[in-house]
Design a protein around this ligand. Structure first.
Ligand SMILES: Cc1cc2nc3c(=O)[nH]c(=O)nc-3n(C[C@H](O)[C@H](O)[C@H](O)COP(=O)(O)OP(=O)(O)OC[C@H]3O[C@@H](n4cnc5c(N)ncnc54)[C@H](O)[C@@H]3O)c2cc1C
Length: 648
């Protein structure tokens, strides 16, 4: 033992340590000390400049005026105590399944929470599906409502997505039905799917996934056999059971509580699509055994199950062997719903992050919302949201156009944006649907993850609604998986871009994108500072598009698929860039112009673009952007004296 050590011990034995002086302030306790001011969300329509600008690109002022009123009121409903109570109930009481009664008899009892059922009722009442078929505001109005309600919906939007897809498919099939009975069966189902009335409305499932890989739809193991009933059923015409019998195992099916389903099964002629009610008119299940519920990180309130089908009675949709083509109608619609969910979650996540930044005070007592680095982070996310929402609503508008181009709700009445009609619209829609779904789901993950982090340690907590940003992050994860994973959608996108022609050569279906880019960028610019910035954006975007077009032209489908993520980002970047320019050009709005500049000249929107074309040149010019960041994020000037405020 060293003398130093023993010396110090001796010292401590001889001298009583002096008690440190207590600090002048009091120690914190559970009820005393520093308390964070509670952040509050504003009205989620009034506070959302992005959606207001985007709606005005597509709808006339005559339609916008009443729609704004309804969206304002719906936004209040979405944050009302009643809806938040239902949301909490749906999240904390996930569905349960009892399979047998006390005497070991099979007696399936699938229970969902009151909150889940009430939120579903609310969505139907507000026309989350119906609005798209009623002709008042068309698809744009429908999805604007969906966008406002979705973050408070406990994913009741998932069954609505499939319901909408099934409604569109059945609407196409009714005039083609091979018998009057089948026509009546389909018409009855369609009427119920688009009903707002609780006593008549139905929801639909969409059952494709089985144990073999989802991306190999051809390997379905569910079998359908034509076996008409020997005796009529004595049910009403509209309840008549179909002549096909289906057996098989469906491995992942959401909306297990749905009233009907569209499903795939194999017949002697190949994969075919079918319609089936989930229950018989007497209330028994239509040959469906709910084997078990799935447990998922997100989508807690949504009943998702494995199902065994045994003698399910169904009607064939379209021709035998055409199943993939038929069900793609459902998928195209449900992918749009997925994209709208993604951008609506981005919006709510950002609203929470912004409310928190307004309430939180950080380093040396400075308001978090004025901190340059924090503002820069949030401005980057606002940019992702603005671009993604533009892309999504362009796809929604194209759906409108291909459904009914003559409807007043399909006429892009502002006239600022060129959108093709007829055959080109169908082609553009086909390209944009998988692209938009894939891109918005990925960007929503980035935005929600960053937004969670922006609340610091509270972010991952399952806090009270409506501030529960952790729930949004959990639910966002599934958006990139169901309705096709990112890479499966990219594969689909590239196969459309490089579609093989009947003669065997590779097609040039991206020409419709060229038309979209050229027609829009070629339109007249505007004068002034905004006009000058937008002109520079136009030149850069056009050059990038032409370079990318030559890549599409010269590389084979296989080569493009190998670097598919880059194809997704670059194509998405071009289309979003066009939309941002066109939005800003119409009025030279300062924030809209700044967003176009950030996206195009600074490449602020590119995440995961795996080449090294960075943004050095423009980055050098962006030394002091805190004031602009503040405008982009909060729509207000940075307060005088805040760090980063440009010197006057
Ligand atoms: C909560 C939830 C609810 C769902 N609800 C439904 C429902 O209601 N109805 C329904 O039918 N399905 C539903 N699904 C299933 C979902 O659609 C599938 O899980 C999804 O399409 C992926 O299919 P898979 O699980 O078979 O994965 P796989 O196809 O096995 O994919 C596994 C991985 O391989 C990758 N991959 C596959 N093929 C390729 C390729 N060619 N190139 C590159 N990568 C590839 C995928 O990107 C993925 O990362 C649901 C899923 C979840 C999570």
């Amino acid at each position: 033992m060293s003398s130093t050590t023993s010396g110090s011990r001796n010292q401590s034995q001889h001298h009583q340590p002096t008690r440190p002086k207590a600090p002048s302030s009091k120690a914190s306790s559970v009820d005393t000390g520093y308390f964070q001011e509670t952040p509050r969300l504003k009205n989620q329509f009034k506070d959302d400049v992005a959606i207001q600008r985007i709606l005005s690109l597509y709808l006339s002022p005559v339609l916008l005026k009443p729609l704004h009123k309804e969206l304002d009121s719906l936004a209040s409903t979405a944050l009302s105590p009643k809806v938040l109570t239902w949301l909490r109930d749906a999240e904390t009481n996930p569905p349960t399944l009892e399979s047998h009664d006390a005497f070991a008899n099979r007696n399936e009892n699938l229970r969902t929470s009151v909150g889940w059922r009430k939120l579903s009722e609310l969505g139907a009442h507000e026309g989350i599906v119906a609005e798209g078929y009623e002709g008042r505001y068309g698809r744009i109005g429908q999805f604007a409502k969906y966008y406002i309600l979705s973050p408070s919906s406990a994913i009741t939007t998932c069954p609505f997505a499939m319901t909408d897809g099934a409604a569109r498919l059945l609407a196409q099939q009714i005039p083609k039905a091979p018998s009057s009975t089948q026509g009546k069966v389909f018409a009855n189902a369609h009427f119920r799917l688009i009903s707002r009335d609780q006593s008549t409305r139905w929801t639909s499932g969409q059952w494709m996934t089985e144990r073999p890989p989802g991306s190999e739809v051809g390997r379905r193991e569910t079998i359908a056999v034509y076996s008409p009933l020997a005796e009529p059923t004595n049910f009403d015409d509209v309840d008549e059971l179909g002549p096909w019998i289906i057996d098989g195992y469906k491995y992942i099916t959401s909306a297990t509580d749905a009233d009907m389903t569209i499903l795939l099964a194999r017949t002697a002629s190949g994969l075919s699509a079918f319609y089936a009610p989930t229950r018989l008119p007497n209330g028994d299940r239509n040959g469906i055994k709910v084997v078990r519920l799935k447990k998922s990180t997100g989508t807690m309130a949504l009943p998702t199950a494995e199902l065994e089908l045994n003698g399910m009675r169904a009607w064939l949709i379209g021709a035998e062997g055409d199943g993939i083509r038929e069900i793609s109608t459902v998928l195209n619609v449900s992918r749009i719903h997925n994209s709208v969910t993604a951008v609506s979650f981005m919006r709510r996540g950002l609203a929470i992050a912004k409310a928190y930044a307004k309430a939180r005070v950080v380093a040396k007592n400075r308001p978090l919302w004025t901190m340059p680095l924090h503002l820069r982070t949030l401005a980057g996310l606002e940019l992702l949201h603005r671009a993604s929402t533009h892309l999504t609503f362009l796809t929604v508008h194209l759906l409108s156009v291909i459904e009914d181009s003559a409807s007043p709700t399909s006429i892009n009445s502002s006239g600022y944006l060129y959108v093709p009609s007829s055959a080109s619209a169908i082609q553009l829609f086909r390209i944009l649907t998988p692209m938009t779904k894939a891109l918005t789901a990925r960007l929503a993950m980035i935005t929600l993850s960053e937004s969670v982090e922006s609340l610091g340690g509270i972010g991952p907590n399952e806090t009270e609604e409506p501030m529960n940003i952790a729930r949004l992050l959990r639910d966002t994860q599934v958006l990139s998986i169901w309705e096709g994973t990112t890479n499966v959608l990219i594969t689909d996108l590239i196969s459309v871009l490089k579609r093989t022609s009947r003669a065997g050569g590779e097609g040039r279906s991206w020409e419709v994108i060229n038309e979209f880019v050229e027609e829009n960028l070629g339109r007249g610019g505007r004068a002034g500072e905004a006009g000058e910035i937008l002109e520079r954006c136009k030149v850069v975007l056009w050059k990038e598009w032409k370079e990318f077009e030559s890549i599409l032209d010269t590389r084979s489908k296989e080569e493009l698929t190998r670097s598919g993520r880059a194809v997704l980002w670059r194509l998405g970047w071009v289309i979003c860039g066009v939309l941002l320019i066109m939005d800003a050009r119409r009025d030279g709005d300062r924030v809209a112009t700044d967003l176009a500049k950030r996206w195009i000249l600074e490449r602020g929107g590119i995440w995961g673009w795996d080449d090294d074309r960075g943004n050095e040149e423009e980055e050098r010019r962006v030394e002091d952007r805190t004031g602009d960041d503040c405008l982009v994020v909060f729509g207000e000037e940075l307060p005088t004296g805040a760090e980063g405020r440009p010197k006057l």
